[in-house]
Design a protein around this ligand. Structure first.
Ligand code: MF3
Ligand code: CO
Ligand code: CO
Length: 275
Protein backbone atom coordinates (compact mmCIF):
# COMPACT_ATOMS: atom_id res chain seq x y z
CA UNK A 1 0.00 0.00 0.00
CA UNK A 2 1.51 3.37 -0.91
CA UNK A 3 1.33 6.48 1.28
CA UNK A 4 -1.75 8.02 -0.34
CA UNK A 5 -3.70 4.78 -0.06
CA UNK A 6 -2.71 4.43 3.58
CA UNK A 7 -3.94 7.95 4.31
CA UNK A 8 -7.34 7.14 2.83
CA UNK A 9 -7.68 3.65 4.27
CA UNK A 10 -9.90 4.65 7.21
CA UNK A 11 -12.37 6.26 4.80
CA UNK A 12 -12.78 3.11 2.76
CA UNK A 13 -15.90 1.27 3.80
CA UNK A 14 -14.93 -2.31 4.58
CA UNK A 15 -17.83 -2.87 6.97
CA UNK A 16 -15.39 -4.04 9.61
CA UNK A 17 -15.49 -2.52 13.10
CA UNK A 18 -12.47 -3.32 15.29
CA UNK A 19 -13.00 -4.74 18.76
CA UNK A 20 -10.48 -3.94 21.51
CA UNK A 21 -9.64 -6.00 24.62
CA UNK A 22 -8.47 -4.94 28.10
CA UNK A 23 -5.08 -3.67 26.78
CA UNK A 24 -6.92 -1.42 24.33
CA UNK A 25 -9.17 -0.05 27.03
CA UNK A 26 -6.13 0.54 29.27
CA UNK A 27 -4.34 2.37 26.42
CA UNK A 28 -7.39 4.53 25.71
CA UNK A 29 -7.80 5.32 29.41
CA UNK A 30 -4.24 6.69 29.57
CA UNK A 31 -4.45 8.65 26.30
CA UNK A 32 -7.94 9.90 27.16
CA UNK A 33 -6.91 11.09 30.61
CA UNK A 34 -3.92 12.95 29.18
CA UNK A 35 -6.15 14.70 26.62
CA UNK A 36 -8.66 15.58 29.36
CA UNK A 37 -5.83 17.00 31.48
CA UNK A 38 -4.80 19.16 28.51
CA UNK A 39 -8.38 20.42 28.13
CA UNK A 40 -8.42 21.21 31.86
CA UNK A 41 -5.30 23.37 31.36
CA UNK A 42 -7.10 25.23 28.55
CA UNK A 43 -9.94 26.07 30.98
CA UNK A 44 -7.45 27.76 33.28
CA UNK A 45 -6.10 29.97 30.47
CA UNK A 46 -9.07 31.03 28.31
CA UNK A 47 -9.93 34.69 28.95
CA UNK A 48 -10.53 37.86 26.93
CA UNK A 49 -7.30 38.84 25.12
CA UNK A 50 -5.90 35.30 24.86
CA UNK A 51 -5.26 34.13 21.28
CA UNK A 52 -6.07 30.71 19.85
CA UNK A 53 -2.41 30.60 18.75
CA UNK A 54 -1.51 30.65 22.47
CA UNK A 55 -3.88 27.71 23.09
CA UNK A 56 -2.21 25.85 20.21
CA UNK A 57 1.25 26.45 21.74
CA UNK A 58 0.03 25.35 25.19
CA UNK A 59 -1.22 22.03 23.80
CA UNK A 60 1.95 21.45 21.76
CA UNK A 61 4.13 22.05 24.84
CA UNK A 62 1.83 19.93 27.01
CA UNK A 63 2.08 17.03 24.54
CA UNK A 64 5.89 17.27 24.36
CA UNK A 65 6.18 17.43 28.16
CA UNK A 66 4.11 14.24 28.51
CA UNK A 67 5.64 12.04 25.80
CA UNK A 68 2.60 12.46 23.54
CA UNK A 69 2.01 13.81 20.03
CA UNK A 70 -0.90 15.98 18.78
CA UNK A 71 -2.66 13.82 16.16
CA UNK A 72 -3.82 16.80 14.09
CA UNK A 73 -0.29 18.16 13.53
CA UNK A 74 0.55 17.45 9.86
CA UNK A 75 -2.63 15.33 9.55
CA UNK A 76 -3.78 15.57 5.90
CA UNK A 77 -2.01 18.91 5.60
CA UNK A 78 -3.44 20.37 8.83
CA UNK A 79 -0.67 22.33 10.58
CA UNK A 80 -1.81 22.81 14.19
CA UNK A 81 -1.95 20.90 17.49
CA UNK A 82 -5.62 21.74 18.10
CA UNK A 83 -8.76 22.88 16.35
CA UNK A 84 -10.17 26.13 17.76
CA UNK A 85 -13.68 26.90 16.53
CA UNK A 86 -15.02 30.32 17.56
CA UNK A 87 -18.71 31.39 17.52
CA UNK A 88 -20.23 30.43 14.12
CA UNK A 89 -17.31 28.11 13.29
CA UNK A 90 -18.72 24.57 13.52
CA UNK A 91 -15.44 22.64 13.62
CA UNK A 92 -11.86 22.46 12.28
CA UNK A 93 -11.19 26.15 13.00
CA UNK A 94 -7.47 26.97 12.76
CA UNK A 95 -5.65 28.77 15.57
CA UNK A 96 -4.72 32.37 14.73
CA UNK A 97 -3.49 35.64 16.23
CA UNK A 98 -6.90 37.24 16.87
CA UNK A 99 -7.42 37.79 20.62
CA UNK A 100 -10.58 36.16 22.00
CA UNK A 101 -13.18 38.75 23.02
CA UNK A 102 -15.55 38.80 25.97
CA UNK A 103 -18.76 37.06 24.86
CA UNK A 104 -17.08 34.66 22.39
CA UNK A 105 -17.57 30.91 22.69
CA UNK A 106 -14.73 28.65 21.53
CA UNK A 107 -14.47 24.89 21.05
CA UNK A 108 -11.02 23.44 21.63
CA UNK A 109 -10.62 19.95 20.12
CA UNK A 110 -7.53 18.01 21.21
CA UNK A 111 -6.31 14.56 20.17
CA UNK A 112 -3.18 13.39 21.96
CA UNK A 113 -1.51 10.18 20.80
CA UNK A 114 0.07 8.34 23.73
CA UNK A 115 1.82 4.98 23.19
CA UNK A 116 -0.07 4.68 19.90
CA UNK A 117 -3.54 5.32 21.38
CA UNK A 118 -5.62 8.32 20.26
CA UNK A 119 -7.39 10.32 23.00
CA UNK A 120 -9.89 12.55 21.13
CA UNK A 121 -12.02 15.05 23.06
CA UNK A 122 -13.32 18.61 22.88
CA UNK A 123 -15.08 21.12 25.09
CA UNK A 124 -16.65 24.57 24.79
CA UNK A 125 -15.10 27.51 26.61
CA UNK A 126 -17.02 30.73 27.28
CA UNK A 127 -14.82 33.84 27.08
CA UNK A 128 -15.80 36.00 30.05
CA UNK A 129 -19.54 36.65 30.31
CA UNK A 130 -21.50 35.32 27.30
CA UNK A 131 -25.04 36.07 26.07
CA UNK A 132 -27.87 33.98 27.54
CA UNK A 133 -28.61 32.32 24.15
CA UNK A 134 -24.97 31.19 23.93
CA UNK A 135 -25.19 29.79 27.48
CA UNK A 136 -28.30 27.85 26.49
CA UNK A 137 -26.53 26.47 23.41
CA UNK A 138 -23.60 25.22 25.50
CA UNK A 139 -25.95 23.56 28.00
CA UNK A 140 -28.02 21.86 25.32
CA UNK A 141 -24.90 20.69 23.45
CA UNK A 142 -23.28 19.19 26.56
CA UNK A 143 -26.53 17.48 27.57
CA UNK A 144 -26.97 16.20 24.00
CA UNK A 145 -23.54 14.55 24.07
CA UNK A 146 -24.17 12.96 27.48
CA UNK A 147 -27.64 11.71 26.43
CA UNK A 148 -26.08 10.19 23.31
CA UNK A 149 -23.46 8.44 25.47
CA UNK A 150 -26.13 7.27 27.95
CA UNK A 151 -27.93 5.54 25.06
CA UNK A 152 -24.92 3.23 24.50
CA UNK A 153 -25.27 -0.38 25.69
CA UNK A 154 -24.16 -3.73 24.33
CA UNK A 155 -26.89 -5.13 22.09
CA UNK A 156 -28.10 -1.64 21.19
CA UNK A 157 -27.40 0.06 17.86
CA UNK A 158 -25.43 3.06 16.63
CA UNK A 159 -28.75 4.68 15.65
CA UNK A 160 -29.78 4.80 19.32
CA UNK A 161 -27.10 7.47 19.89
CA UNK A 162 -28.24 9.80 17.11
CA UNK A 163 -31.90 9.30 18.04
CA UNK A 164 -31.26 10.29 21.67
CA UNK A 165 -29.43 13.44 20.53
CA UNK A 166 -31.87 14.48 17.80
CA UNK A 167 -34.98 13.86 19.94
CA UNK A 168 -33.53 16.07 22.67
CA UNK A 169 -32.17 18.92 20.54
CA UNK A 170 -34.78 19.57 17.86
CA UNK A 171 -37.77 20.28 20.17
CA UNK A 172 -35.64 23.08 21.64
CA UNK A 173 -35.47 24.76 18.23
CA UNK A 174 -31.79 24.09 17.73
CA UNK A 175 -30.37 21.88 14.96
CA UNK A 176 -27.95 18.96 14.68
CA UNK A 177 -25.16 19.19 12.08
CA UNK A 178 -25.26 16.33 9.55
CA UNK A 179 -22.03 16.96 7.62
CA UNK A 180 -19.63 15.80 10.35
CA UNK A 181 -19.93 12.82 12.65
CA UNK A 182 -18.24 10.83 15.39
CA UNK A 183 -15.95 7.98 14.40
CA UNK A 184 -14.24 4.83 15.50
CA UNK A 185 -10.97 5.62 17.28
CA UNK A 186 -8.23 3.61 19.00
CA UNK A 187 -4.90 2.97 17.30
CA UNK A 188 -6.10 5.01 14.32
CA UNK A 189 -7.54 8.54 14.38
CA UNK A 190 -10.63 8.07 12.22
CA UNK A 191 -12.02 4.57 11.77
CA UNK A 192 -15.34 2.84 11.27
CA UNK A 193 -18.08 3.15 12.37
CA UNK A 194 -19.42 6.63 11.61
CA UNK A 195 -21.40 7.92 14.56
CA UNK A 196 -24.08 10.13 13.04
CA UNK A 197 -25.72 12.47 15.58
CA UNK A 198 -29.24 12.04 14.20
CA UNK A 199 -31.05 8.80 13.53
CA UNK A 200 -33.54 6.18 14.52
CA UNK A 201 -33.43 3.69 17.37
CA UNK A 202 -32.49 0.15 16.36
CA UNK A 203 -30.83 1.24 13.09
CA UNK A 204 -27.18 1.02 12.07
CA UNK A 205 -24.44 -1.35 13.27
CA UNK A 206 -25.02 -3.28 16.49
CA UNK A 207 -23.09 -2.08 19.55
CA UNK A 208 -20.77 -4.80 20.84
CA UNK A 209 -18.40 -4.83 23.86
CA UNK A 210 -14.91 -3.76 22.73
CA UNK A 211 -16.04 -1.09 20.25
CA UNK A 212 -14.33 2.29 20.76
CA UNK A 213 -15.57 5.51 19.14
CA UNK A 214 -16.32 9.19 19.70
CA UNK A 215 -19.60 10.98 20.34
CA UNK A 216 -19.18 14.60 19.23
CA UNK A 217 -22.42 16.36 18.32
CA UNK A 218 -22.28 19.81 16.71
CA UNK A 219 -25.41 21.83 17.53
CA UNK A 220 -26.44 25.12 15.86
CA UNK A 221 -28.75 27.85 17.15
CA UNK A 222 -30.01 28.24 13.55
CA UNK A 223 -30.18 25.90 10.57
CA UNK A 224 -27.99 22.76 10.38
CA UNK A 225 -26.27 23.66 7.11
CA UNK A 226 -22.51 24.06 6.95
CA UNK A 227 -19.97 25.32 4.42
CA UNK A 228 -16.20 24.88 4.36
CA UNK A 229 -14.20 28.08 3.77
CA UNK A 230 -11.59 28.41 0.99
CA UNK A 231 -8.80 27.50 3.45
CA UNK A 232 -10.10 23.94 3.01
CA UNK A 233 -10.68 23.37 6.73
CA UNK A 234 -12.81 25.93 8.56
CA UNK A 235 -16.45 24.77 8.64
CA UNK A 236 -18.99 27.51 9.42
CA UNK A 237 -22.77 27.68 9.69
CA UNK A 238 -24.26 28.88 6.38
CA UNK A 239 -26.62 31.22 8.26
CA UNK A 240 -23.78 32.42 10.53
CA UNK A 241 -25.66 31.25 13.63
CA UNK A 242 -23.69 30.17 16.71
CA UNK A 243 -22.49 26.57 16.83
CA UNK A 244 -21.20 24.42 19.69
CA UNK A 245 -19.66 20.96 20.15
CA UNK A 246 -18.52 18.65 22.92
CA UNK A 247 -16.68 15.37 22.32
CA UNK A 248 -15.80 12.30 24.38
CA UNK A 249 -14.05 9.07 23.37
CA UNK A 250 -15.93 6.06 24.76
CA UNK A 251 -15.81 2.27 24.80
CA UNK A 252 -18.69 -0.22 24.85
CA UNK A 253 -18.36 -2.54 27.88
CA UNK A 254 -20.14 -5.76 28.90
CA UNK A 255 -22.58 -3.71 30.96
CA UNK A 256 -22.74 -0.29 29.29
CA UNK A 257 -20.19 2.33 28.38
CA UNK A 258 -16.89 3.74 29.66
CA UNK A 259 -15.90 7.38 29.01
CA UNK A 260 -12.13 7.65 28.50
CA UNK A 261 -11.86 11.46 28.39
CA UNK A 262 -13.56 12.60 31.63
CA UNK A 263 -11.99 15.68 33.23
CA UNK A 264 -9.65 14.86 36.14
CA UNK A 265 -10.50 18.28 37.62
CA UNK A 266 -14.25 17.83 37.32
CA UNK A 267 -14.34 20.47 34.53
CA UNK A 268 -17.23 18.70 32.77
CA UNK A 269 -19.18 21.67 31.50
CA UNK A 270 -18.87 25.45 31.85
CA UNK A 271 -18.45 27.30 34.09
CA UNK A 272 -15.31 25.29 34.86
CA UNK A 273 -15.06 25.31 38.63
CA UNK A 274 -13.01 22.60 40.39
CA UNK A 275 -15.17 19.87 41.95
N1 MF3 B 1 -10.33 16.03 16.41
C1 MF3 B 1 -11.21 16.11 15.26
C2 MF3 B 1 -12.24 15.03 15.47
O1 MF3 B 1 -12.90 15.07 16.48
C3 MF3 B 1 -10.51 15.93 13.97
C4 MF3 B 1 -9.66 17.08 13.61
S1 MF3 B 1 -8.86 16.71 12.14
C5 MF3 B 1 -8.08 18.14 11.74
O2 MF3 B 1 -12.38 14.09 14.75
F1 MF3 B 1 -7.31 17.85 10.77
F2 MF3 B 1 -8.97 19.03 11.42
F3 MF3 B 1 -7.41 18.60 12.77
CO1 CO C 1 -13.30 13.04 16.88
CO1 CO D 1 -11.84 15.72 18.17
Amino acid sequence: MNYVEAANAPLRKTGHIKLYGPEGFAGMRKAGQLTAQALDAVADMVAPGVTTDAIDRLIYEFAMDHGAYPATLMYRGYRFSVCTSVNHVVCHGMPNARPLREGDIVNVDVTLVLDGWYGDSSRMYPVGAIPRRAERLLEVTYDAMMLGIAAIRPGGHVGDIGAAIQDFVEPQHMSVVRDFCGHGVGQVFHDEPNIVHVGRRGEGPKLVPGMIFTVEPMINLGRPHVKVLSDGWTAVTRDRSLSAQFEHAVGVTETGVEIFTLSPKGYHQPPYISA
